[in-house]
Design a protein around this ligand. Structure first.
Ligand SMILES: N[C@@H](CCC(=O)N[C@@H](CS)C(=O)NCC(=O)O)C(=O)O
Length: 210
């Protein structure tokens, strides 16, 4: 398997960490969505990452769809999400909130670095969406006493939240005031201390508007 994308992307990172935690071997192509768009295009016409190329040439896109496939490979005992029912729905919702927050953070970053004149309406909307999700996630995490969101074992929801928090803190430090989000801060620190999180990491390298 070939994983395309840089680890400063929270989406690529959540996939790479899941691959590592599942013990699945993969090759990494740290191609940049802007600088290496022509290399990515033959695998993914959207020129987006993560893109996962399987050994038979099949290509998977979208982190959630990629994780769905990895869960299948790992099998129901190892899968880092419940197979069905309310716990699966709750986990998927946390993942969706976290990745939606990541989407808004990426949009806001592109707005800042790629446009000369930022749209005030768009910036304010993204900031409100990011703040709203952080508040909801903080409240939910603060109400949970187990080490991870759904018990003693790490799951996709934990990974998504931790990866997106790291990205948000780097891309928009003014929006992630750790004092306002103590439960999320503790959550991220717990995940970031694990070996796969320490190994699979890259400081943010935003695209340049030149
Ligand atoms: N929903 C996608 C989001 C992926 C995404 O936004 N990736 C960014 C990098 S962080 C990207 O490819 N940006 C280039 C673009 O969207 O054109 C997923 O979960 O995989």
């Amino acid at each position: 398997m070939l994983l395309i994308g840089q680890y400063d992307s929270p989406f690529v990172r959540r996939v790479a960490i899941a691959l590592r935690l599942y013990g699945l071997s993969f090759e990494h192509r740290p191609w940049s969505t802007f600088g290496d768009a022509d290399k990515i295009a033959p695998y993914n016409p959207l020129r987006r990452v993560p893109t996962l190329v399987l050994d038979d040439g099949e290509t998977l896109i979208e982190s959630t769809a990629i994780l769905d496939y990895l869960d299948e490979l790992a099998g129901p005992e190892q899968a880092m999400i419940a197979g069905s029912g309310p716990e699966r729905r709750r986990a998927l919702k946390i993942c969706a909130l976290a990745t939606g927050l990541g989407d808004k953070g990426v949009s806001l970053l592109y707005e800042r670095v790629l446009r000369k004149d930022q749209s005030k309406i768009w910036v304010e909307r993204c900031e409100a969406q990011i703040g709203g999700v952080l508040d909801v996630l903080e409240k939910q995490r603060a109400a949970i006493t187990s080490p991870y969101w759904f018990g003693d074992r790490i799951g996709h929801a934990d990974i998504a939240v931790a990866c997106v928090l790291r990205f948000t803190g780097e891309a928009h430090p003014q929006l992630f005031n750790a004092a306002r989000y103590p439960a999320l801060k503790t959550h991220a620190a717990r995940c970031d201390a694990l070996p796969p999180f320490q190994e699979i990491v890259q400081p943010l390298r935003p695209p340049s508007g030149d």
